[in-house]
Design a protein around this ligand. Structure first.
Ligand code: DGT
Ligand code: CA
Ligand code: ZN
Length: 644
């Protein structure tokens, strides 16, 4: 369900410009697009707001600069009207005509369009004719048969909305990557085990490794005469909470935990991780769409439903430029197809036995699914300049891990044994620092106990050296960043450690401040000579809480400068599927600035080390190669870098 609590225009807090931040304005523009649609505005106006919001979110340079130099409308996607609006927000801190829009459209309508089958147009119609302005009032109206008599609505719509409201309550929102993939891979595996299935593969946002997944998309290839038998078998799977729709080529299901009952064993995810995934997924449900096509259509259907929509649009444009048309069934001559559509149009398709063939016909290299977001991958594929993405096996250790000395549940030795088992050369221990307390309870290691941990680590390191084991622990700390940007512990304690993962934990004060104050404080922390790695930069919990406001582009620029002076300042991708923070959208920028990225599991037990799998997916999604990642370096390289 769309959250409506944040649906108000932000107020200016500074006495001088910039009065609003890039993020604030991008959010307002995105919301305005939805409000305009609910307000019955012209389609092109709605699209203009959507485009401008996207453009601002990915704008790397300082917004105030662009405005002062009158270059705002030179940014692709920002026209004159919206450019003026942005300028006003930044320079004056006011929102012009948007105040009236926000006042006019009841916020309950925003929630209503979360109901399946109820779009902005219908929501508006319900509001205008019956003053329905919330999910509750819609429910009341449906139950009292007030809707069926409206033009364009019927008894069917009423039932559908009631069901939709029920569904919305039960199956809210998107799923985290770990849960989505656990279900996706389980369903994929079950389908592949059905006799006569030629191919089956997970597509959609799951295949693109988005941090959250709306619904699962699976493409199934089989000969036409086997389709109905296969559909029957799918319907008998355990763990189907509900069948939302069933046709001859598409099934829509809601999956529940029984789907996961068998051990998942798929390439990329091993049994240990699979088990913890099952544990995390017991209460979850997720929608799945299965599309069944002939084996010849499979690569096209897979490519289409892998998306993203934006990537597909670019692919179709390129096809058109070549006199071809691309759809989910084939790639064929536009002239040949005439006004035929769908599978009919694709009758004389070029033969493609896999996705690579499709890309090749369009003059492109095959694009890894993670990159298919129309964020430069098409341009790179044209000139054979796609990155050689990092892989899990490239990692040789990690730097942010906890033990029983703070809030972890395993000893140094237990953590290390597991790290050796998964082939690592080193493990960075970074237990919490002194000041951290949760609910009044102290979690971190007091200053005076740091030497004790150091001794334990030294002993283990010496033992391994004597045994000729190529493994060592680096003794670091996950050091709290205070709200003024200073670091926990004395400078002396910090200097005695091999690395400092600086993290913000007392989110309260950071969330109640503006982006500038936060950015300034964080930069102060990073500039401290003992600071090595920025831990979970925004503090977000996916599907849980938003991070604090921060200008990550500015942070990364400063980190880039310091790195160029030869001092290591890395940024973490916190690999816990609950966090995946820093966001993948920022990785490419960090890489261009020469800021090393560290894939850290933030493990609190040995199994937790495996969360680096998720971090690696996100690093790949952010275009990162092995050489961009700090923890792909060998233990000797790290010793040199950290002066150990
Ligand atoms: P999700 O489910 O919200 O996490 O994200 P996706 O990317 O899985 O999106 P979904 O499930 O709506 O559709 C799966 C793919 O199908 C999508 O990535 C691209 C393709 N697709 C869906 N609708 C359209 C469309 O209207 N135009 C184009 N070009 N592609 C579409
Ligand atoms: Ca999907
Ligand atoms: Zn932390």
């Amino acid at each position: 369900m769309a959250k409506v609590s944040g649906w108000s225009l932000p107020k200016a807090r500074n006495s001088f410009p910039p009065h609003m931040t890039k993020t604030q304005i991008a959010t307002v523009l995105e919301q305005s697009a939805i409000l305009l649609e609910l307000d019955g505005a012209n389609k092109f106006r709605v699209i203009a707001y959507q485009n401008a919001s996207r453009a601002l979110s990915s704008l790397e340079e300082d917004l105030l600069n662009a405005i002062q130099e009158k270059r705002i409308t030179e940014i692709k996607g920002i026209g004159k009207g919206i450019g003026g609006l942005i300028t006003e927000a930044v320079l004056e801190g006011t929102w012009g005509g948007l105040n009236a829009l926000y006042d006019r459209v009841p916020k309950g309508l925003v929630e209503m369009i979360g109901i399946p089958g109820l779009g902005p147009k219908r929501a508006r119609q319900l509001y205008e004719s019956l003053r329905i302005d919330s999910i509750e009032s819609l429910k009341f109206a449906c139950k009292n048969d007030q809707i069926s008599s409206l033009p364009g609505f019927g008894k069917k719509s009423q039932e559908k909305y009631l069901e939709g409201i029920e569904l919305l309550r039960r199956y809210q929102g998107r799923s985290r990557m770990d849960i989505g993939l656990a279900y996706g891979h389980a369903l994929e595996k079950r389908i592949m085990n059905i006799p006569k299935v030629v191919k089956a593969q997970l597509a959609g946002s799951a295949r693109r490794r988005r941090e959250t997944i709306g619904d699962l998309d699976i493409v199934l290839g089989a000969n036409i005469e086997d389709h109905s038998k296969i559909i029957q078998e799918i319907m008998n799977f355990p763990g189907i909470a509900e069948v939302k729709g069933q046709g001859s080529s598409k099934i829509s299901l809601i999956l529940e935990a029984d789907m996961l009952a068998e051990t998942i064993n798929v390439s990329g995810i091993d049994a240990g991780l699979a088990e913890s995934l099952i544990e995390r997924s017991v209460d979850a449900t997720i929608d799945a769409q299965i599309r069944i096509v002939n084996p010849e259509s499979f690569p096209f259907t897979l490519a289409y439903f892998t998306g993203s929509k934006e990537h597909n649009i670019r692919m179709r444009q390129i096809a058109i430029e070549k006199g071809l048309r691309l759809n989910e069934f084939g790639l064929f001559s536009e002239k040949d197809a005439g006004d035929k559509i769908g599978i009919e149009a694709a009758k004389n398709t070029l033969i493609c036995s896999n996705e690579s063939d499709i890309y090749q016909h369009l003059g492109l290299k095959w694009v890894p699914p993670e990159l298919r977001e129309d964020m430069g991958e098409i341009e790179a594929a044209k000139i054979n300049n796609l990155p050689n993405l990092v892989e899990l096996q490239d990692l040789k250790g990690s730097f942010h891990n906890h033990t029983i000395a703070s809030d972890g549940s395993a000893t140094l030795e237990e953590m290390s044994n597991y790290a050796m088992k998964i082939g690592w050369e080193y493990l960075g221990i970074a237990d919490h620092s002194e000041s951290l307390n949760i609910g009044g309870k102290t979690i971190g290691i007091p200053s005076n106990e740091i030497p004790k941990q150091k001794l334990e680590i030294d002993e283990l390191n010496i033992k391994w050296k004597e045994e000729d084991v190529n493994f060592r622990i680096f003794h670091g700390s996950e050091c709290d960043i205070m709200s003024d940007g200073s670091l926990d512990y004395s400078e002396e304690v910090r200097s005695s450690l091999s690395h400092i993962v600086g993290s913000v934990h007392a989110l309260g004060s950071w969330r109640n401040r503006d982006e500038y104050t936060n950015t300034e404080a964080l930069i102060k922390a990073i500039e401290d000579p003992t600071f090595t790695i920025l831990g979970h930069p925004t503090g977000r919990i996916l599907q849980g809480r938003e991070g604090f406001p921060i200008d990550m582009h500015a942070i990364l620029r400063r980190m880039g400068e310091i790195n160029s002076e030869g001092v290591l300042k890395a940024v973490e991708i916190n690999a816990s599927p609950y966090r995946l923070d820093m966001d993948w959208r920022l990785c490419k920028y960090a890489k261009e600035l020469g800021v090393p990225i560290c894939i850290n599991p933030d493990a609190h037990n040995p199994e937790g080390l495996k969360d680096v799998w998720f971090g690696t997916q996100i690093a790949r999604k952010g275009w990162l190669e092995s050489k961009d990642i700090l923890n792909t370096k060998t233990v000797q390289e790290i010793e040199n870098l950290l002066g150990q």
